[in-house]
Write a protein that binds this ligand. Sequence first.
Ligand code: HEM
Length: 469
Amino acid sequence: MFVLLLLGGVSLLIYSVVRYYQFTARYPKGPKPLPFIGNFFEFDFKHQHKSFKRLGKEQNGIYTLFTPIPYVQITDFQIIKEAFVDKGDDFVDRIATKVIQEAFSFAPNAGVINSNGDNWREQRRVAISILRDFGMGKNMMEEQVMVANIINETLFGYRYTHEECQPLMKYVGDFNTFIDHLADSKGMMLGMGLPFLTNLPIIGWYTFGRFQSAMRKLCFQINEYIVENVERSLKNYHVEDEPTCFVHAYKQRMPQNDSLDMDNLMGCCSDFFLAGQETTTTTLRWAMLIFAKHPEIQEKLRQEVHNVVGKEHIPFMADQQKMIYARACVLELQRFANILQTNVQRTASRDVEIRGQIIPKGTWVNADIHYLMANDSLFENPEEFRPERYITDDGKTLRKNLVERTIPFSIGKRVCAGEGLARVELFLGLTSTFQHFKISPRPGYDIDLEPTPGQIFLPKPQKLCIQQI
Ligand code: HEM
């Protein structure tokens, strides 16, 4: 009897292992997964980019990592383009599991970042159209960009003075805690990939409940900030007035468009606030450290700003045409100090063939723009910070092939919705800072460019010397 049971058990195990490998064989080839747990233990969840770097070098531009759910990584530029641009409709969706919807969205399927389908399309279209009306990426926004907390002003119509910016600083602090929790949660990764686990007793606690209760408090505080600000802004709304901020413009469009409602208004504000607050400031914080470490590059940039704009006037976007070095500096900054450890995940909306391999419907996909910009062979010595790499030998134009591969905002239909604003912020932030200030390390101190571990690469706090020019 015992022998029969043992034989039965062993047969079942062998059968399950065979089935498991039949299942993994349906995905693009990658590092060999262990039965059932896949590559879970060989993946460093806290320093994901280090695992991605090692694997990217071993694999061939596209591979699957089983974390344990299948997670396709694309590291080759041409393949990213084929998937996100040529087959853009097949990779336009975000992951829509309970964990994502509860943790990241103001309300299920609301807003832009994590919504899908017709609602995503409409919210994105309306939000970008409103921001364009306010001059996103054009000259009209330049004055706003020159002041602090730009996105606050764009969305809610007011900005904080330095003395009263406590609520804003609290939001930023809460958000960073939120991101840190995320980066370090293997259990949550399991829950995201295998949602049925989150409904089981005990296991559900480790894959969702534990995370949820910590996050609920934080999300509540983050959402509270958004709700307070939207309500504060709506108090000054008058239907007949020309809208002066995102909230007013959205509210004005509501009666003509059934897709626009309060949940989506809050969701859009939350998404644009979240994505617009930390991204450009973090990139500019990196800039201060990197340019302090490279005084010769800083001086060359300053010389160009002084030659083209002078010392009295602030730079404008129109000046870009005459400032090839400044443009190269922004490109190199975003390449070298790319801030997102992984791209925002997409899923395959049907079985899609890429380079002869099938990515089955529902698979998570990461177009690994970080790996690309840090390792692509077209970027010679990619670990060096060298804006000159972008400029042709005659010094007159940018190298198209390198510019094309510098994609911190990603590509395709989900490309960053704030790219226009971010580009203005970065160009003006960089040029106007070095126009007026010389930034250098404190005597005797080295600049540390190793990021703190986490989903967003944040620079370590360190003091610098700032000298007005
Ligand atoms: C240095 C600055 C920034 C970087 C590097 C950046 C990068 C990204 C990336 C990689 C994505 C994911 C795209 C994809 O799924 O393929 C994204 C999405 C998004 N970004 Fe940005 N971003 C920046 C600034 C901003 C700003 C300033 C805003 C708002 C004003 C913003 C709003 C958004 C939104 C709403 C999405 C979601 C788009 C969608 O799902 O349709 N971003 N961003």
